[in-house]
Write a protein that binds this ligand. Structure first.
Ligand SMILES: Nc1ncnc2c1ncn2[C@@H]1O[C@H](COP(=O)(O)OP(=O)(O)OP(=O)(O)O)[C@@H](O)[C@H]1O
Ligand SMILES: [Mg+2]
Length: 349
């Protein structure tokens, strides 16, 4: 098992319009045996990061270390980091067994041992006996599992999965997520799982690194991103628009419709940004932080409803049970639990 460190990595590309900086000051530590998801929107630099780790690209600045040792002088084929791509997963002109054995053959592993290890790994991905099939005789999910088998069979130090499930339908994707977590736990390979899907990141990972515009904004367990986002952009990426300007004095914040009692915060008194999850806001009266708001929209979503209401000139989104309904124009009473209000620096992000 291998620990990975990215130390202030930068990457510039030369293009026709000059030089573009794709990664800036990227620092990240992945523990030995850990499954980390690298989450971020399209174009933020996820694939570039994986390619730098695998040795398919050289960084412009900074260092990449495996177990504390720089791998920059080590060529890709000697690094032991294997990347699984989203497309072009398998060689169509080779049987499943030959596809899986390919990496072993390249490494000069003798035939008998190749056969044994291929059988073993096909067992691991729950495709025993599929060795003689052709890739076009497999379902999408089976092909994904063969691609994983092909990566795992060489016993890589690092497994780099680049949006490995994005071409599968929702049901299969969920199944394969669980499968990858199981395989990762059994093999214990340090793994980075790239995705742009927040739900996928939350269900797969021990920890998430959130990347925007070539920078890592926050690293933590899934819950951190919902409850204690580092900046408003992090909060927004995780689906809340409830971010409002406030002025902190002790355990109270003043907002444009009055004051709210908040929990302890390490931030100094003065201007802050406050946030609360839509699902944390409660309907009805409940002591401090109870207020009136005017409903401006009510959308039924099947398993819940989304209510938009205005207090002062602040718009609040509230996740409601689907069984009640409030009409736009109605005044409602809501409660913002103090322990659910999170404060962020006013100048942050
Ligand atoms: N060889 C290159 N030359 C110039 N620009 C590049 C090159 N490779 C990538 N880029 C740019 O770097 C940025 C990051 O690309 P990257 O492929 O890492 O994004 P990504 O996060 O993987 O996106 P997606 O989710 O769409 O796959 C993009 O703006 C892309 O256009
Ligand atoms: Mg990509």
């Amino acid at each position: 098992m291998t620990a990975l460190t990215l130390d202030r990595v930068g990457k510039d590309f030369a293009t026709q319009d000059g030089c573009v900086s794709v990664l800036q000051d990227l620092t990240l530590a992945v523990e030995s045996g850990e499954l980390l998801t690298l989450l971020g929107p399209s174009g933020c630099g996820k694939t570039t990061t994986l390619r730098l780790i695998a040795g398919l690209l050289d960084p412009t600045a900074g260092d990449v270390r495996f177990d504390g040792r720089s791998v920059l002088p080590v060529p890709a084929e000697k690094r032991g980091a294997v990347m699984v791509f989203q497309q072009h997963l398998l060689f169509p002109f080779m049987s499943v067994a030959d596809n899986v054995a390919f990496g072993l053959k390249m490494r000069g592993v003798p035939r008998a041992e190749r056969r044994r290890r291929v059988a073993e790994v096909l067992e691991l991905v729950r495709l025993p006996g599929f060795g003689d099939r052709w890739p076009d005789e497999l379902s999408g999910g089976q092909r994904q599992r063969v691609a994983l088998a092909r990566a795992l069979v060489v016993e890589p130090r690092l497994l780099l999965l680049d949006e490995p499930l994005s071409n599968l339908d929702a049901e299969l994707r969920e199944e394969m997520r669980a499968e990858i977590v199981r395989l990762q736990q059994r093999a214990g390979t340090t793994t980075i799982f790239v995705t742009h899907d927040q739900t996928e990141a939350v269900t797969v990972a021990d920890r998430i690194a959130l990347m925007l515009d070539g920078r890592i904004l926050q690293v933590g367990v899934p819950r951190d991103f919902y409850e204690t986002p580092a900046t408003p952009r992090v909060a927004q990426f995780f689906g809340t628009t409830n971010i409002f300007a406030a002025r902190k004095r002790g355990d109270v914040i003043d907002v444009n419709w009055g004051s709210l009692v908040v929990g302890e915060s390490p931030l100094p008194d003065g201007p802050v940004l406050a946030t609360i999850r839509p699902e944390a806001i409660q309907f009805g009266r409940n002591g401090a932080n109870t207020l009136s708001a005017r409903v401006t929209a009510w959308n039924y979503r099947g398993d819940s409803a989304r209510c938009v209401a205005v207090a002062g000139d602040t718009q609040l989104e509230i996740s409601a049970p689907p069984y009640v309904s409030h009409q736009p124009g109605e005044t409602i009473t809501i409660h913002l639990p103090r322990e659910r209000i999170w404060l962020m620096p006013a100048a942050g992000g």
